[in-house]
Design a protein around this ligand. Structure first.
Ligand SMILES: N[C@@H]1[C@@H](O)[C@H](O)[C@@H](COP(=O)(O)O)O[C@@H]1O
Length: 352
């Protein structure tokens, strides 16, 4: 592989930036083994009065909202919905005083999300922003969780997801749904995430082979269930934008036979949570039965427990809450391997 432009190094830096920004964020919110969110100006009384949570955002930030909705519901035991900010800004009656709107925005400047926050505030709902410090949305909201700065769009999903996960854990503890011991074990597991995000030359070589394989297909359809459905959407967009591939996402239960029979199409299921495997495995079996070629992105334990022995890319396990972070990173690393390929080819084309 030629790389006269030093592009591989650039990408290595990008991926290691994800680990660094996760570490920086955790250093700020974990103090003496406790979760502290000093910019969250909500009393325990106000948290206990909540009746529902709405996660909102636009584009990639909406995918984070969707990916976290089920987990936030699990952590807080409150009905939780993900609504795109472009929809939320136009609603009338969804928002009540005891609803909490969590507005997610990497830049804090997205026009739809700003309007959705205004709408929520106008209806007297409580609003917490998960966004960049000093941004418009941060300034609008009394309560916020600041995202760590990151130079590349590769960190967006991981940074936002982790921030909303920490916020949800904090709310869960205040609501009495999460014990102190559970929180402290989860925090320790979160601190192990940066260590799980490095790629050895060996794993990079394997991903390079996967990328070579993926590169042969005209279309890629990512699919998943619940959180993984959102992860599939986030990743498909990055495959389109970064690698210029024709990539789409579907809920795994919507992968119809007609889709499996598409020519030159690779179906890529993503499975991050072992609790969903009873639902997901029949679909994966159907996909494997109908398509000779699939690649499943999952964790080592899930692959082992479900006896998925071939055609997998696996990551080290964490708790289901954090697995999407490692899976998103390995999927992005695959894109970068594809991208280096594409650029190498156009380089040699130019010199020919
Ligand atoms: N095209 C961009 C997306 O790439 C981005 O994900 C979205 C949300 O941006 P932010 O997270 O800054 O609110 O805005 C636009 O739609």
């Amino acid at each position: 592989m030629t790389d006269n432009l030093g592009i591989s190094n650039l990408y290595e830096n990008d991926i290691s930036e994800i680990a660094q920004s996760i570490r920086r964020f955790l250093d700020e919110v974990i103090q003496k083994d406790k979760l502290v969110l000093p910019t969250l100006k909500m009393s325990r009384h106000a948290i206990k009065g909540l009746s529902e949570i709405i996660l909102t955002g636009s584009g990639q930030s909406f995918y984070t909202a969707q990916a976290m909705a089920h987990n936030t519901e699990m952590l807080t035991d409150l009905p939780t919905y993900a609504i795109p900010s472009a929809l939320l800004k136009g609603t009338r009656g969804v928002l009540y005083r005891d609803a909490l709107v969590i507005a997610i925005s990497q830049s804090g400047e997205n026009a739809d999300t700003i309007s959705a926050v205004k709408r929520a505030m106008g209806n007297s709902a409580k609003v917490v922003a998960v966004t960049a410090k000093d941004s418009t949305i941060a300034k609008m909201c009394k309560s916020k969780v600041h995202l760590t700065d990151c130079d590349t769009s590769l960190c967006t999903f991981q940074n936002e997801y982790l921030a909303v996960a920490m916020l949800s854990m904090y709310l869960g503890e205040a609501l009495g749904c999460m014990s102190k011991i559970n929180t402290s074990v989860s925090l320790r597991l979160a601190q192990m995430l940066p260590g799980k995000l490095s790629f050895t030359p060996n794993s990079e070589k394997e991903l390079q082979n996967v990328a070579d394989f993926i590169g042969k297909f005209d279309n890629i359809v990512f699919c998943g269930y619940s959180t993984d459905e959102a992860l599939a959407q986030a990743v498909a967009e990055k495959f389109r934008l970064i690698a210029g591939k024709t990539a789409f996402a579907l809920p795994i239960y919507d992968i119809a036979q007609s889709c499996l029979e598409l020519k030159n199409t690779l179906i890529v299921p993503i499975v991050s949570n072992s609790a969903s495997t009873p639902i997901v495995m029949p679909y994966i079996d159907a996909i494997k039965y109908s398509c000779a070629d699939t690649i499943i992105y999952t964790t080592k334990n899930i692959a082992h427990d479900c006896e998925i022995t071939d055609g997998t890319v696996t990551v080290d396990d964490s708790i289901p809450l954090f697995n999407p972070i490692t899976l998103a990173t390995v999927l992005q690393q695959t894109i970068l391997e594809l991208e280096v390929n594409t650029i190498s080819i156009s380089n040699s084309d130019q010199s020919a």
